[in-house]
Each structure stands twice: as structure tokens, then as C-alpha cells.
Design a protein around this ligand. Structure first.
Ligand SMILES: [Zn+2]
Ligand SMILES: [Zn+2]
Length: 262
């Protein structure tokens, strides 16, 4: 079994988080070059004023031809601790988002307390699963190096503090709500070997519990799109069957162009 060649998490240059290499035409070509057949464009939506940027992305996509199927999605972040996402059925319809991925991007703490950090992450993971507009829980247990550096905290280099009971609880929530768990290269897989081994063990619990998975490079720079292969390797290692790899439940916004494929 070989993992489907998808990449459903990446940032074009529009919101200003990715660099200038992440132009949409370059993204589709680079994804095609590495063997990807379907991608999702998922720029950030953290604040209401970012919404019009997404219209620009969609408009630009509609002018293009692509050698890969392209879906139009969005990455959501909480507006604060125990707050919601800047997203609604109305926004989804108006801007014609085909899917949404989301998750927590901060510890929401001012003092380092590992137990509390994990508890808050877990609570927001569950909250993400419970949101019926969110298809994918992004990068569980990713932490911002910048946040830790700014707060002068030791960075978390191990998955061992995350108790198995929490993971099983999250897996059940994901399964019941149909939320896919993301295998995210940039956040969790492109790291040092010992950490990756622990992370693969962590993911193996979701595999046992029968959740859906999704695959994303989370590329913010064009070269990072090539690393999606690392996520496919993890899927193969875990023996996740193809039917448990999530894909958007709609037709792509851009269908792969047959001419460009040859
Ligand atoms: Zn993210
Ligand atoms: Zn992202």
C-alpha cells in the first residue's frame, strides 16, 4: 500500500505568513513535480480583516490551469483561550471555502507549566473536533518556537508528557465527529529523529482507534512542498489504509489539466 499523493495544508504568500516563493502557479508546479495529485490551499484566517485575502486567492486560482487537483480551504486559529474561530456557515458559503482545517497555535499561558500546557492543548483539540465546520485538526502538539523563545521557556522536545489516556480520548472525539487528524510535516515530522519516533508512536494510537487522517506539508516556502514525502512515509509505516485518508468531500475548484500532465 502506498499513501495517496495528497497535500492538504499549505500557505500561499497572501496572508504574509509564507514567503514570496509561495506564488500559486509555483505551488501547483512544485506539488506536481514531487508526485502530488491533489492539494488544498489553506491560508490563515486568524482575524476578520484577513477574510478578503481569501477571496483574492480564490479569484487567482480561477484564472489558472493546474497539473494537480486544487481544493480551496482555510486554516483557522482560535481568537483566544477558550474562544472560537473566525468562521461560520455564512462565511463558508460567501467565500466558497471547500473545507476548513483548524487548531490551537498558542499555549495561552504566561508561566511555564507543562501539565497546564498539555491540558490547554487537549481542551482546544477537543473543541476543534466538536466544531462541525472544521474538517481537520491541525498539527496536534505543535508549539511555536517563537513563543517559547520570547517567554524564555525550554522548548518541548518530547511527546512523552502527553498521556495515552488523553490521546485515546481525542481519538474517540475525532472518530465520533468525523474530524481527520493531521500528519503535519512542517510542525511535527520535519524534526529530529528521536522526536519523530515519539510522534509516530503518538499517531499510532489514532491509527489503532480508527480515526481518519490527513496529510499536510504546512509549507510556508516553496522548497517545503517537497517534504510532503515524509508524511507519506509515516502513513506507510503506520499501515493506514487508503480509505482512512481524508479528502475534501467536493469536486476540486481546479481539476488537474490533462494537457499539463503529459
Ligand atoms: Zn497552524
Ligand atoms: Zn499552517
Amino acid at each position: 500500500m502506498s499513501c495517496p499523493r495528497f497535500d492538504f495544508h499549505m500557505h500561499p504568500k497572501h496572508a504574509g505568513c509564507a514567503n514570496a516563493t509561495m506564488e500559486l502557479p509555483a505551488i501547483v508546479q512544485q506539488s506536481h513535480s514531487v508526485g502530488v495529485v491533489a492539494i488544498g490551499i489553506t491560508d490563515h484566517l486568524n482575524r476578520p480583516e484577513q477574510i478578503p485575502l481569501h477571496r483574492q486567492i480564490r479569484d487567482e486560482l480561477l484564472t489558472m490551469q493546474s497539473p494537480v487537483d486544487v481544493f480551496f480551504g482555510v486554516e483557522l486559529n482560535f481568537t483566544g483561550c477558550d474562544q472560537g474561530f473566525v468562521f461560520s456557515e455564512e462565511i463558508k458559503q460567501e467565500y466558497q471555502f471547500q473545507f476548513a482545517i483548524g487548531g490551537i497555535h498558542s499555549t495561552y499561558l504566561n508561566e511555564f507549566d507543562l501539565d497546564k500546557i498539555i491540558e490547554i492543548q487537549h481542551r482546544h483539540h477537543l473543541k476543534t473536533c466538536e466544531d462541525s465546520l472544521v474538517d481537520v485538526l491541525v498539527h496536534p502538539y505543535w508549539f511555536s518556537r517563537k513563543e517559547f523563545k520570547d517567554k524564555n521557556w525550554p522548548f518541548i522536545e518530547s511527546m512523552k508528557p502527553v498521556r495515552e489516556s488523553l490521546t485515546r480520548e481525542l481519538a474517540q472525539a475525532a472518530k465520533e465527529t468525523g474530524t481527520a487528524i493531521e500528519i503535519n510535516v512542517g510542525a511535527n515530522i520535519r524534526r529530529q529523529k528521536d522526536y519523530v519516533e515519539e510522534y509516530v508512536d503518538y499517531l499510532s494510537i489514532f491509527a489503532q482507534e480508527g480515526t481518519m487522517f490527513t496529510i499536510g506539508s504546512d509549507a510556508h516556502s516553496i522548497d517545503h512542498l517537497l517534504d510532503i514525502k515524509l508524511a507519506w512515509d509515516v502513513v506507510d509505516r503506520l499501515g493506514i489504509p487508503e480509505e482512512r485518508i481524508w479528502r475534501p468531500a467536493t469536486e476540486p475548484l481546479l481539476k488537474a489539466c490533462e494537457v499539463a500532465k503529459s
